[in-house]
Design a protein around this ligand. Structure first.
Ligand code: FUL
Length: 627
């Protein structure tokens, strides 16, 4: 609290020093408020993630913790190549998986043998955390670390000793690598692991086991500039999906007592809590490929430029930061298509938002607080000057008159967040043939926050107005810009579709209406099966080599399979197991899951759920294909 007041004080001082002569008292801040470092964090807007480790070489998303470090040998590794890509893609910070759930450490720690010291990479002399930190320094971007609390390797995971180990690792990362700007604590915990060879399921209490208050103290002490990510912050929050988008309504607040890493009602995180007591802005994490780690089978599944552009608008354009993951490949490089698409999407955004059609236009406001807070501040391209209304004026209209009828299809708005997030609802209108019409952004126009960007079908007008309808205090708006993207086409291709057609089949014993939901090409209908297994009957013997499974896509998602067993045969005769495994991370990233197996010539495949994400739920299939 103290810090926020200090910050507001400093700002008004800065304003008067800049000559803006604030003769009128600035609006009072409306809590909750961001710390100055959270404002700086949000101003970065786009960030990179790097997932790299043993999984890269073992073709896994969640390593079990038992694979030898000897397989880790990225022969051409070049962190500068990564960072050059990020710089060219407009990215301001990178976060690396210093330790993922498998426990393997990318820095040469003495705390465990399960680290880069025991890999062939640079004959055990490498330090990828250090190499990346140095590359970031050289190219002027910020650097952050992901340290997984869950550790499937350590024998003492689940005991208090492991927690000490975790904090020692954290201290090493925060002491030896210069300035750390973000620390990522993942909420995932699937329970089972290698755990020093005991290979069992270990359940911990996610609220209390890791004693996260200690993490916060350590970070505050060793790296006071760092923002801490977790489901509940305190610096920034998970956005509740791993698809890279925020809710159109997005508050930067959370009820801090409710949310903890591993929070059950994580879908709320897309929107924030309108009645929250702490400032915890959203961060939208998503991978440029379907998986977080590199898999050769995904070389052709890199997100396209239009898909990345769309995600930018649905993250940065909805008051959140965009954290785009790059699965570094087995050479230790970002693959060419991933780099090209990231750089080209950034160019495209720059192109679409390059020419602000409102620059220098003095809008007319229905209410103005007074000198220093004029409406013209919204189009002066300065962050720290803003238009404010008088205390208690929570609705007002701002009208822009352009010099001639102009094409417009993007509108950008920013609230002056050092004084809080206020706007609850607004409408954008334009004049056409003397009449006011509303634009059609195809999403609700409720919150604004740090930044909101609306896309809408092109209008041609010389008069644009924004009607602010309701707010949590008087209005404080520091920027409004309008653009024409250069094209009227709003089409976005959905590449989450699986292209495989597959063989036709029936699910034996399943009611045909229910079964149809698993094959109807409609992702939103889900077939639920009471048993924990289903027999797929291909009608005749065929050569098959893959099963593709899409989990429930509705909210809340139900019936997700965590571990599976596939067998050939209908299990009435000689069933033979052909594959077993885990759909890692399916809860957070419910994309198509594919199991490839050695080709078999068979009529029946049995798909058995050996473990569900949520015990006791029926087995749900949004879609299924056999290839
Ligand atoms: C998840 C993890 O389980 C994934 O493997 C990945 O690291 C993602 C960013 O967070 O919760």
């Amino acid at each position: 609290m103290k810090r926020s007041f200090l910050f507001t004080g400093l700002l008004s001082l800065t304003l008067s020093m800049a000559g803006a002569k604030a003769t009128v008292i600035p609006p009072k801040a409306v809590a909750p408020l961001p710390l100055p470092k959270q404002v700086r964090w949000q101003q970065m807007e786009t960030l990179a993630f790097v997932h790299f480790g043993l999984n890269t070489f073992d073709d896994k998303e969640w390593g079990y913790g038992d694979v030898s470090p000897k397989i880790f040998n990225p022969a051409k590794l070049d962190c500068e190549q990564w960072v050059r890509t990020f710089v060219n893609a407009g990215i301001k910070e990178v976060i690396i998986t210093a330790k993922h759930h498998d426990g393997f450490c990318l820095w040469p720690t003495q705390l465990t043998d399960y680290c880069i010291r025991n890999s062939p990479y640079k004959n055990g002399k490498g330090d990828i955390v250090g190499e990346l930190a140095a590359a970031c320094k050289k190219y002027g971007i910020k650097f952050g670390v992901y340290l997984s609390p869950w550790d499937r390797h350590q024998a003492n995971y689940g005991t208090p000793e492991y927690v000490e180990y975790f904090y020692k690792a954290l201290k090493e990362l925060l002491t030896n690598y210069g300035t750390i700007s973000e620390v990522w604590f993942d909420g995932a915990n699937g329970g089972d692991g290698w755990y020093g060879g005991s290979k069992e399921i270990r359940k911990i209490d996610r609220k209390t086991y890791y004693q996260f208050e200690r993490a916060h103290e350590i970070v505050d002490e060793l790296q006071p500039e760092a923002v801490i990510f977790s489901d509940g912050g305190p610096g920034c929050r998970w956005i509740g999906n791993e698809s890279g988008f925020a809710g159109a309504t997005n508050w930067s607040f959370l009820r801090s007592k409710d949310v903890y890493p591993g929070y059950d009602k994580y879908e709320e995180l897309q929107y924030g809590h309108a009645d929250g007591d702490k400032w915890v802005p959203g961060e939208c994490d998503v991978s440029i490929r379907p998986g977080w780690f590199y898999h050769p089978s995904e070389d052709k599944k890199v997100k396209t430029v239009p898909e990345l552009v769309d995600l930018y608008y649905r993250s940065v354009g909805r008051n959140a930061n965009f954290l785009l993951n790059f699965p570094v490949n087995r050479d230790g490089l970002i693959s060419p298509l991933d780099s090209a698409n990231a750089v080209n999407y950034h160019q495209q955004i720059r192109h679409e938002l390059s020419h602000n059609l409102l620059t220098g236009i003095r809008p007319i406001a229905s209410n103005e607080r007074g000198k220093g807070f004029e409406a013209s501040n919204v189009s002066d391209n300065k962050y720290d000057t803003y238009w404010a209304t008088a205390d208690n004026v929570k609705s007002a209209v701002l009208t822009f008159t352009l010099s001639k009828a102009t094409k417009i299809n993007r509108l950008l708005l920013q609230e002056y967040i050092p004084l809080g997030q206020r706007v609850k609802s607004f409408v954008v209108e334009y004049q056409f043939k003397g009449k006011w019409n509303a634009i059609d952004p195809k999403e609700e126009t409720t919150t604004i926050g740090y930044k909101r960007i609306l896309r809408f079908p092109t209008i041609t007008t010389d008069k644009l107005r924004i009607r602010f309808i309701d707010a949590r205090g008087c209005l404080c708006i520091n920027n409004i810009a309008a653009y024409y993207s250069g094209s009227d086409d709003q089409k976005i291709t959905d590449r989450s579709e699986l292209k495989v057609e597959g063989y036709s089949f029936v699910l034996s014993g399943v009611d045909p209406v229910e079964m149809n939901k698993a094959v109807d090409r409609n992702k939103l209908t889900t077939c639920f099966i009471k048993d924990n297994k289903v027999v797929i009957d291909l009608g005749q013997k065929r050569w098959v080599h893959a099963l593709h499974y899409l989990p429930d896509q509705n909210s809340p998602r139900k019936g997700l399979v965590s571990n599976y067993e596939l067998s050939e045969g209908d299990q009435t005769g000689d069933a033979k197991v052909i594959a077993t495994g885990e759909f890692s991370n399916i809860r957070n990233n419910p994309v198509w899951q594919t199991v490839y197996f050695s080709p078999v010539y068979t009529r029946y495949i049995t798909f058995k759920a050996t473990r569900m994400v949520q015990d006791g739920e029926s087995f749900g299939l949004a879609e299924i294909r056999i290839e």
